[in-house]
Design a protein around this ligand. Structure first.
Ligand code: UDP
Length: 235
């Protein structure tokens, strides 16, 4: 079987890297995720990763702080995660480059769109760190923007939950699970999948989003093969 997609963005939240610890980086969790990524990379899929920072810091963690400063702290948190992922992927023998939207050239390349595409063509994974480099945005918006820029076919939004629900299934056993949604459904119903900026950017650029759980060990592979898992959000 051939993979359904040739070029994808995988969005990993910071929380996904924390695993059972709930905070920071859990090395065995990161290893499991990277092994899955390696498996699909070896099928010939071009993979760019956008990583979040919520396992260390989110803009909203800085209550009472200047919002922009708190957001810059969040962007720096994503860089820590990107370096952690880079290290594990390299250890597994996968070529990888980190690009940051805020220049810090001693530790990573600056984000240059054409260079990122070149890396993908040369069979390297690219990790986009520090969001889009501006406060008041999220790494979900970063995933949407980078997907549009590099012409990715889909955003694979790997979550700790297996699909989109109308309310939290952990607290509401009646929560409705969706297997398909439109961008407008997400926006109108205020579903907590992505923020509205990210959702509208995907809508305007016709980029589908597949929301699925990282809990199942083969889910990244299943997503790439086009299996019907999680929730697909499109027109
Ligand atoms: N952030 C930002 N601009 C961006 C991306 C991220 O200001 O383009 C900040 C924002 O404060 C955000 C934090 O970085 O809360 C970490 O990113 P995010 O919350 O998206 O991470 P995740 O929830 O995916 O772990």
């Amino acid at each position: 079987m051939e993979p359904k997609y040739k070029r994808v963005i995988i969005k990993l939240s910071g929380e996904a890297l924390a695993g059972p610890d709930g905070h920071g980086i859990n090395t065995s969790t990161v290893l499991t995720i990277c092994e899955q990524i390696k498996e699909v990379f070896e099928l010939g899929v071009e993979i760019a990763i956008v990583v979040g920072g919520g396992n260390f810091w989110r803009g909203r963690s800085g209550e009472g702080m200047d919002k922009s400063t708190a957001d810059y702290m969040g962007m720096l948190a994503t860089v820590i995660n990107a370096l952690g992922l880079q290290d594990v992927l390299e250890e597994l023998g996968v070529p990888v480059r980190v690009q940051t939207a805020i220049e810090m050239k001693q530790i990573a390349e600056p984000y240059i769109r054409r260079k990122a595409i070149r890396h993908l063509e040369k069979r390297r994974i690219v990790i986009f760190a520090s969001g889009i480099g501006s406060p008041f945005f999220t790494t979900d918006t970063t995933a949407a923007l980078r997907a549009a820029e590099i012409d990715a076919e889909i955003i694979l939004l790997a979550k700790s939950i297996d699909a989109v629900y109308d309310s939290d299934p952990l607290t509401n056993p009646e929560a409705k699970r969706y297997s398909e949604l439109t961008y407008i459904d997400v926006l109108n119903q205020g579903l907590k999948v992505m923020d509205s900026t990210a959702t509208s950017l995907c809508m305007d650029n016709h980029i589908p989003i597949l929301v699925f759980g990282l809990n199942e060990p083969k889910n990244i592979l299943r997503a790439i093969m086009g299996e019907k898992i999680g929730t697909i959000i499109q027109e």
